[in-house]
Structures are given as structure tokens and as C-alpha cells.
Design a protein around this ligand. Structure first.
Ligand code: AMP
Ligand code: ZN
Length: 113
């Protein structure tokens, strides 16, 4: 499948990994928008939040647990952080494999849109 993040999971494209288990991979974003900017993704190809359903909810829950764990390990818990998942065109989703951005390490802009 021609999916950038599936290629990263397969090791065909290198990434700066911060966490990995059987279901989840987390790696530093190549174009960080905050001092800490990590992407957390399921190893299964789920295109976006729009494809999350009862069938894959267990995987998504593992991804969200990893978001919390990774944020803690990166030392973001004390001061806080933001979790973002862009879904579809209006949100500017560029990679069509579900991912959660973890953004932290500074006081973030409060603007949401
Ligand atoms: P989105 O715009 O929400 O779909 O997010 C896609 C993210 O993937 C962007 O923040 C990109 O900077 C990031 N990205 C694209 N290619 C890579 C790569 N090879 N390694 C790490 N992050 C990437
Ligand atoms: Zn994929």
C-alpha cells in the first residue's frame, strides 16, 4: 500500500522512534511545530478518525494509552501538552493513516482554528 506511515512501520522509511509495541509506533515529527512534536500511530492502517468504529476501537484505545505514556516519558505531563488528530481536507490531513500529534514543551497558542 502506498502509505507513508505504513512504510515507516515496515522500516522502509527511517523514523526517530520514541515508543513501539505490537500495536503502536511513536516517532518524532519530521517538521516539528513545537519543541516536542511526536506522532503516535496504530500499526494497522486506519485512514483517519472518520474510519474509527467499534471494530477497531480496541486498537485506537491502545494508541491513546500510548499517547499518554509517551507524553509522560517525554516529560510533558507536568506542564501539559496538546493532542491533535487532523481528519480530512478541511483539517489539513496530509497523511491518510490515523495519527495523533503530541505537541508540548512550551506554552501553546490557544487558537484552535
Ligand atoms: P497531518 O498534516 O495531520 O496529516 O500530519 C502529518 C504529519 O506527518 C506532519 O506533521 C508531517 O510533518 C509529518 N511527516 C511527514 N513525513 C514524515 C516523516 N517521514 N517522518 C516523520 N514525520 C513526517
Ligand atoms: Zn498506512
Amino acid at each position: 500500500m502506498d502509505c507513508l506511515f505504513c512504510k515507516i512501520i515496515a522500516g522502509e522509511i527511517p523514523s526517530n522512534k520514541v515508543y513501539e509495541d505490537d500495536f503502536v509506533l511513536a516517532f518524532h515529527d519530521i517538521a516539528p511545530q513545537a519543541p516536542t512534536h511526536v506522532l503516535v500511530i496504530p500499526k494497522a492502517h486506519i485512514p483517519s478518525m472518520a474510519a474509527v468504529n467499534e471494530e477497531n476501537a480496541e486498537i485506537v484505545s491502545k494508541v491513546l494509552s500510548a499517547v499518554s505514556k509517551v507524553a509522560k516519558e517525554l516529560g510533558l505531563e507536568e506542564n501539559g501538552y496538546r493532542v491533535v488528530s487532523n481528519c480530512g481536507e478541511y483539517a489539513g490531513q496530509t497523511v491518510h493513516h490515523l495519527h495523533f500529534h503530541i505537541l508540548g514543551g512550551k506554552q501553546l497558542d490557544l487558537k484552535m482554528c
